[in-house]
Design a protein around this ligand. Sequence first.
Ligand code: NIG
Ligand code: FE
Length: 409
Amino acid sequence: MTERCDLLITNIHAATMDPSIAGGYGAVEDAAVAVTGGRIVWLGPRRELPDTAADRTLDGEGQWLTPGLIDCHTHLVYGGHRAGEFARRLGGESYEDVARAGGGILSTVRATRAASAEQLYRGAEPRLRALMSEGATTIEVKSGYGLELDTELKQLSTARRLAQHHPVDIVTTCLAAHALPPEYDGRADEYIDLVCEQILPAVAREQLADAVDMFCEKIAFSVEQCQRVIDAAKKLDLPVKVHAEQLARTGATAMAAKSSALSADHIEYITDEDVALMADSGTVAVLLPGAFYTLKETRVPPVEKLRAAGVSMALSTDLNPGSCPIASLRLMMNMGCNLFGLTPAEALAGVTRSAARALGLCCSRGVLRPGLRADMALWPMDTPDQLAYELGALQPAQVFLGGRDVTAG
Ligand code: NIG
Ligand code: FE
């Protein structure tokens, strides 16, 4: 009997990223993929394709099909920029010096509070488009430059509005515990009360956040304060993520793992014990080589130990105006290999399968497999190793979001 589908792509090689298929890319050469109702319904070697009639058939011309890319950690909705701070850091001041002098995150907080929702939207759009032009189909966006209820809501609703007007999935995270707002100077515990008792409940009520994040660091909040944020998030049924161990060992990753956090992000300073805890809890290690590069850090995350322990490693831009004003997930793949020692296949897993896990979305995306969303990118390349290797010229030929052709251009 002839099967029917909405879209049939033949004459492709598929880097499925399915770990049940041997080889780092889960490659199926000379493949075909069938899509119906936005989901993959069949994928396999072309010679095994059952008799299929399709509303639309596409000849992939021998190109490689990958899952749509996923950027699982961005701060892409913000006001202003920090080019002046970049110059100061080039002159020798550290990220921490700038933050302690009232610059850094707090300077973006001032600009974000002052911006209208429309200005935030217009500022974020080119950054979103840049990520989408590289084949990103799911992008996480954090708040955290408001540090007061209205501005946190303004950032999160701007992220939701971006998703309504662009063919991309946006997942939102409330990062109200990002820095201490100036009006709470010397009263960090009281600000955490505000986050737990007012900001998070309001954000949850308005359904504006899919998760809760926090910055656990000497220049931000302590483990005890972050634990309170985690407890509040759990009461609201929201999963948690933690900015952990970027600048020093704090115990944040252990806290994240013990709280079954979706991810611990940055993690340059984690210990062997932290790695073991992450392996036990399934907490994803989100590696952010762009922030490491921009801040000229020297301590790399323990990739070999994470790999040996079987911890999933995601890669993300951390796109933000301070520590990574770089809207390129492909550059992060390259940096993940060159700076952190990932293999090109691990880099692709980092922006697909593992990034989906870091967002709690691995049941729906991140791998090309029947039953999952048909979020896919088709690349004119001979081998998927080129994705981490070749920047600038190599662009996706076609991008599909839920089976819909959303190719930019
Ligand atoms: O992930 N670490 C805290 N947040 C961002 C930086 C934000 C900023 O500098 O504006 C990060 O690196
Ligand atoms: Fe971040």
